[in-house]
Each structure stands twice: as structure tokens, then as C-alpha cells.
Ligand binder design. Structure first.
Ligand SMILES: CC(C)(COP(=O)(O)OP(=O)(O)OC[C@H]1O[C@@H](n2cnc3c(N)ncnc32)[C@H](O)[C@@H]1OP(=O)(O)O)[C@@H](O)C(=O)NCCC(=O)NCCS
Length: 279
């Protein structure tokens, strides 16, 4: 796909941008220097509080990546970005009084990090939630997670052998989608995971969505990706404006504007109401 439309203009739909960065993509010494210069006071305090070095490293790579990518998107410099958190912890960019120098004002982002991988999603004019998980998760903890899903989702998972690769994949595909959706809403784990449900294609893709009762958005675009073998990604973007123009996937630390992988996005999915069928 080429020639994605520009992201500006009233009512414009925006290209979704994703950055996937492994911790190993940023040497530790450089991450330390960037953190010293770019992170704000609360971020530095958080980084210092981790008990384990691997968790500190993950946090520093994730948050320097967020600042670098948002700086490029918004036309600001990294330490000047004011990142605020909602009472439930959802970060958002505080716009300067003069507006963002680049790309128009309405910019939303969401971050996820898991076991050495960091994922950032950015979109304009809509809300976005993202989640990344590795498939090599312990089957015991996945069983506990799956018990929080809707009856229909549990039945769909139950058509595979417990703890098999196919079973893990089904549990995690639903988990990443549910997290992405609730993070787009800013609710995180504050949303009961059996209060909404997905109907998934056996291999990849969302066929149907039963929204929770308080969802007024109307339509969502859901994307499932496996950008690296064993790394599952889900994206949820509010899609009231209709079909989004596309998705750009960037790999590695966002030092500069590299050529992204271009992907088309599926049609938005509307709340199907009760009686969702699981294929
Ligand atoms: C959001 C949440 C599900 C993340 O869980 P996780 O398994 O660590 O997931 P991820 O790695 O995918 O995402 C973590 C990132 O999501 C973002 N995030 C945090 N809270 C969020 C929220 N409510 N909505 C959207 N995104 C959120 C943050 O950027 C966070 O990373 P950071 O803390 O390093 O900045 C979990 O932290 C949560 O439920 N938070 C809400 C807690 C809450 O309701 N608090 C209310 C207190 S009164």
C-alpha cells in the first residue's frame, strides 16, 4: 500500500503508527544517557524504584522510546514533552498553549511493555490502546486469565487442548485485544473482562465485538499482528469517522524516520449487542 492520506484537517482520519522496540535495540549505556536528559522527575523516580535491573531497563527503554517518537510526531524536543496521567494512570500529552508545532493538535498515544518488548501506538483525532504479549507465557497463569473471559470466549478457547500452543494463542489473542480496548478507554484492568466479548477468526482478525454497556463510541477498529514470531500485538482505535487510512509499523528505537512497514486496516467493527456468536 502506498500514498497514505495526510493526517491533518478537520474530521480527518489518521494513520495509525506503531513502534515496536526490543530492549536490546537500545544499548544500556545510551539508554542511561537518554534517561538522564529526557525523562521528567516522576519518570526518573519510578525508574530508580525498580528492584530488578531488567525491570528498570524495560522502563527506561519504553519511556525514552515514547519521548523520542512523540517528539518526532509533535515537533517538540523530548524533555519538553509534558506527559500527564489520568486518575486511572492513562498517560496523555499535555499540549503547549501555542499547540503542537507539527501535525495538528489531537494526538493520542498508548504504551505497552512485556518481557523485553515495548510497543507504542500513536494516532490523531481518535483514541488508541495497544498491548504486546509474548506467547511463551506460563500455561498456569493463562488458565487463570481465561477464567475472567465471557462464557462464549471460554467456549471458543475450550475447542483447543488445554496448555497446547493453539490454546495459549487463543487465550493471549483475546487478552491482548481486551487490554488494548480497555486501555483505549483509559480503564485498564478497571473493566471486567467478561463484560465485553470478541468473536475471532481462527487464525487472525476480529469478526465481531460485543461492547460493554457503557461504551458510547459506536465503532472500533481492531488489529491483530505478530510482528515477530511469538510476539502478539493488538491495537484498538475508536473509529467513529469510518475506515482508517492505514497502519505504519516501525521496528527498533525511533532515532529517525525510517521506512515503515505499511499495512491496511480492517473495516471498523460495531457493537453487535447481546447474542454474540462465537465462530
Ligand atoms: C493499564 C494496565 C491494564 C496495564 O497493565 P500491564 O499489564 O502493565 O500492561 P501494559 O504493559 O500493556 O501497559 C502498561 C502501560 O499502560 C499505560 N497505562 C497505565 N494505566 C493506563 C490506563 N488506565 N489506561 C490506558 N493505559 C494505561 C502506561 O503507559 C503503562 O506503562 P507505564 O506505567 O510504564 O507508563 C494496568 O496498569 C491497570 O489496570 N491500570 C489501571 C489501574 C487503575 O484503575 N487505577 C485506579 C486507581 S484509583
Amino acid at each position: 500500500m502506498t500514498g497514505l492520506p495526510p493526517d491533518t484537517g478537520p474530521g480527518a482520519s489518521s494513520t495509525v503508527k506503531l513502534w515496536l522496540c526490543a530492549n536490546d535495540d537500545l544499548p544500556d549505556a545510551i539508554a542511561g544517557v537518554l534517561a538522564t536528559h529526557w525523562l521528567d522527575g516522576p519518570e526518573k523516580e519510578t525508574a530508580e524504584r525498580f528492584m530488578f535491573e531488567r525491570d528498570r531497563r524495560q522502563y527506561v527503554v519504553a519511556h525514552t522510546m515514547v519521548r523520542r517518537a512523540l517528539a518526532m510526531e509533535a515537533g517538540l524536543v523530548e524533555p519538553e514533552l509534558m506527559i500527564w496521567r489520568s486518575p486511572r494512570g492513562r498517560p496523555s500529552l499535555q499540549y503547549p498553549a501555542a499547540g503542537l508545532p507539527r501535525g495538528g493538535p489531537e494526538l493520542d498515544f498508548n504504551l505497552s511493555h512485556a518481557s523485553g518488548y515495548n510497543l507504542l501506538g500513536v494516532v490523531r483525532h481518535q483514541r488508541i490502546g495497544v498491548d504486546v504479549e509474548r506467547l511463551d507465557r506460563d500455561a498456569g497463569s493463562l488458565g487463570t486469565i481465561a477464567r475472567a473471559y465471557s462464557a462464549g470466549e471460554q467456549s471458543w478457547i475450550g475447542r483447543t487442548r488445554v496448555a497446547s500452543e493453539a490454546w495459549k494463542r487463543r487465550v493471549l489473542r483475546l487478552w491482548t485485544l481486551k487490554e488494548a480496548y480497555s486501555k483505549a478507554r483509559g480503564l485498564g484492568l478497571g473493566l471486567d473482562f467478561d463484560s465485553f466479548a470478541f468473536t475471532l477468526a481462527d487464525e487472525q482478525g476480529v469478526l465481531g465485538f460485543q461492547a460493554p454497556a457503557d461504551d458510547t463510541a459506536g465503532a472500533w477498529t481492531f488489529v491483530e499482528l505478530e510482528p515477530l514470531p511469538g510476539v502478539l500485538v493488538a491495537v484498538a482505535v475508536q473509529a467513529d469517522g469510518g475506515r482508517l487510512p492505514g497502519l505504519q509499523l516501525f521496528h527498533g528505537f525511533p532515532w529517525k524516520r525510517t521506512e515503515p512497514q505499511l499495512l491496511s486496516l480492517p473495516e471498523p467493527v460495531r457493537d453487535s449487542g447481546n447474542g454474540l456468536l462465537i465462530s
